[in-house]
Every structure is written in C-alpha cells, then in structure tokens.
Write a protein that binds this ligand. Structure first.
Ligand code: ADP
Length: 366
C-alpha cells in the first residue's frame, strides 16, 4: 500500500477559527490532522513527519503561503498542496499553481467544497505514488531482466553440453566421423555461449555484492602467488613464459581477494590469449605509500589507439579479424574495471601496435 492507513493532513493557517473548523471536519472524515499556526511551524512539522497533503493559507505573517509551497515542492513534490485564501485573486491562483499547488480553495468555502478538494488531492497523490512505484518496479525488472534470463538458460545449456559429451565420446556406440565433426563444432559454440553466460553472471554478482565491504588485509604474496599459479597453467599450455618480477611479499593490501583475483586473471588470461607465439607475460608490482601499482604486460599485437577507449565496455571485442578469431565474451575487461573501481582504484592500458600491451591496475593498499 502506497499511502499509510490513516492519511495525514497538515493545516497551516494563522486564523484560529479556520484551523479548528478544518480540524473538526477532516478528523470526522477519517484523516489524521496536524495544525500549524505559521509557515515556519508548518515547515518544521513537514520535516519532522511529512504529511500526505497540506492545506496552506496564502496570506500569513512571516513566511507566506507561496513560500511554504515552494519549500514543500523542493522538499518532496509528491506532497499535495491545496492553497486557501480569503483574498482570492486570479493572479494569486495562477502563481500558486505555477509554484506547484495542486488546487486552490477560496474562503469562505463549504464543508463539501473542502471535502471534494481534499479527496481529489488524495486521489492524485495515490495515482502519483502508484505510478512512481510502477516506474521503479519496471526499472528494476529491466535492469535484472538479462541476468534473470541468463540464469535460467545456464542449467538447460549445461545439460545439453553434457548430453553432447556422451555423443562425442560415442558411449552408446560408434558414430560416423562427419557427424562427430558437426557435433564438435556445436560444442565449441555452446562453450562460447556458456562462457558469456558465466561472465555475465559474474558481472552481475559483482554489481550486487559489496566488494568494498569484503575488503580485508592480506599479503601481496597471497594474491600474486595465486595469480601466478593460475596464469602459469595457461602460459605452459600456450608455450609461452611467465615472469613475475620481485616484489615486497609482506606488503599488506586491503582487498576482496576473490573478486580481485578474478579481475587480475581476466587480464593475465587475455595477455596469454592475445600474445605472440612463444611470447612472454610479465607481472610487476610497485608500491608507493598507500598505493599498489600492478602491471601485466604481453608481447602481443597491441591494441589500436582507436579501440583503447572501448575495450572496457560490456561486450566490446576487437574489430580486427585476427583477434576476433580468439574465443571470448567481451566482458573480461569490463568485469576487471568494475572490480578495480569497487576497490577505489583505476585501471589503465598502455599499448604500442606490434610491441605489446601493458595493463596497470592501481589500488589503494588500505
Ligand atoms: P574478450 O573476451 O574479447 O577477451 P575482454 O573484455 O577481456 O574480452 O577484452 C576486450 C577486447 O580488448 C578484446 O576482444 C581484445 O580486442 C582487446 N584486448 C584485451 N586484452 C588484450 C591484449 N592483452 N592484447 C590485445 N588486445 C587485447
């Protein structure tokens, strides 16, 4: 329910009789009523416990009704303001409406006129709040839609992948070579898709979970050793070499190890993937007071300057046919940058065509 069970009206009027008669009527109709004798008191009351609707007298000593109206609009435009005045002029009504008043009630008014204005005001507020809620709900659904669909797709696709494995292994009997090749090609495509799905889910996990809150002090050695172990498997398989320059093993860094390692591995695995045959991947750590700079270099083809601005965007992949041939999701660097930024750091790329690429990750150590 958008409105509280007992809708609240604040009456701001310096005229005691007007205040009290409004209170009697509104209470009888089931509203919870608060009274204020001046614009100043009214604004205080609004800030202390915002009402749903304000009946405000236009001509009061001190802060005028128009000023109250402007202040309410600034504070919360969803609060309905009905202007009340004994000296109704067309200009005053126009000004009040311009300032965001919902309605204008010239004095003297009958109980019925008051009731109609208040009921209309509440109907309007209800619709406005409902629309706002629906809009927010729609935005939430849109934001989560891809993640929801992606999540739903993962299990059936993994099941299909396993069933295809049975066919490729010919567990149920021999199969013609031509069929086997087709199924193998299908498995490669399926693996690409599963890779994208897993990367997307990893990214939405990072977006949702509090990376910053999970930071805790660990030694630099615990991060770099794990990264080096994972990367070494890749460089060995690719016939490349991995060099980890000496670093201060005891240096403490306050990080969320799991997400940071995922980010760093995205970069080292790219370095291996895009490296020249037999090339070298180099990891360098430098610390300055309060900061850690971690550089990961390769000897690959480099990244064209025109593409450097886009490589961290979701799903960006190089336009170069040579690089596009390599499997990938276009999400690795985007995930890496999110993680690094969640650590309060930044990530930069330096690249010379034909000479290689260096990614520098800078994060605060505490
Ligand atoms: P992908 O899954 O395509 O590798 P990434 O987000 O990790 O996605 O990288 C985006 C793009 O940046 C890659 O497709 C590639 O064009 C370029 N790129 C990233 N790292 C390197 C690198 N070390 N050398 C050359 N190009 C790179």
């Amino acid at each position: 329910m958008v409105l509280r069970t007992k809708p609240r009206v604040l009456v701001i009027d310096d005229d005691e009789v007007a205040r009290e008669s409004a209170e009697v009527l509104l209470t009888r109709w089931g509203y919870e009523v608060t009274l204020a004798v001046s614009g100043e008191q009214g604004l205080e009351s609004i800030k202390a416990d915002p009402p749903d609707l304000v009946l405000v007298d236009l001509a009061m000593p001190g802060i005028s009704g128009q000023e109250v109206l402007a202040a309410v609009q600034e504070y919360d435009p969803a609060i309905i303001c009905i202007m009340v005045t004994g000296h109704a002029t067309l200009q005053a009504a126009i000004d009040a409406m311009k300032n965001g008043a919902y309605d204008f009630l010239p004095k003297p008014f009958s109980p019925d006129e008051l009731r109609r204005a208040v009921v209309r005001g509440f109907e309007h507020r209800f619709l406005e709040l409902e629309t706002k809620e629906l809009r927010e709900e729609k935005a939430r659904m849109e934001a989560n839609f891809v993640t929801m669909v992606t999540h739903q797709m993962r299990s059936p696709l993994s099941a299909v992948r396993q069933l295809m494995e049975v066919v490729i292994n010919q567990s149920l009997g021999p199969m013609e070579e031509a069929y086997r090749e087709i199924i193998e090609r299908a498995v490669v495509r399926l693996d690409d898709l599963l890779g994208t799905i897993n990367a997307w889910l990893a990214m939405s996990r990072i977006a949702e979970s509090g990376v910053a809150e999970r930071r805790e002090p660990v030694t630099l050695a615990s991060i770099i050793d794990t990264l080096a172990q994972r990367t070494k498997l890749d460089t060995d398989t690719a016939g490349q070499s991995l060099v980890v320059e000496d670093f201060d093993r005891d240096q403490l860094v306050k990080v969320d190890s799991e997400s940071l390692l995922e980010a760093l591995y995205n970069i080292t695995s790219n370095a291996v993937k895009y490296n020249r045959p037999g090339g070298e991947v180099r990891i360098t750590c430098r610390t300055s007071p309060g900061w850690l700079d971690l550089a990961i270099s390769d000897q690959g083809p480099g990244i064209p300057e025109a593409e450097q601005d886009y490589i961290f965007d979701d799903f960006f992949r190089s336009k170069s046919p040579e690089l596009k041939k390599k499997p990938g999701t276009g999400l690795g660097l985007s995930i890496a940058r999110r993680v690094v930024r969640a650590h309060g750091g930044e990530i930069q790329v330096k690249s010379q065509p034909a000479e290689g690429t260096t990614f520098v990750i800078s994060i605060p150590t505490s």
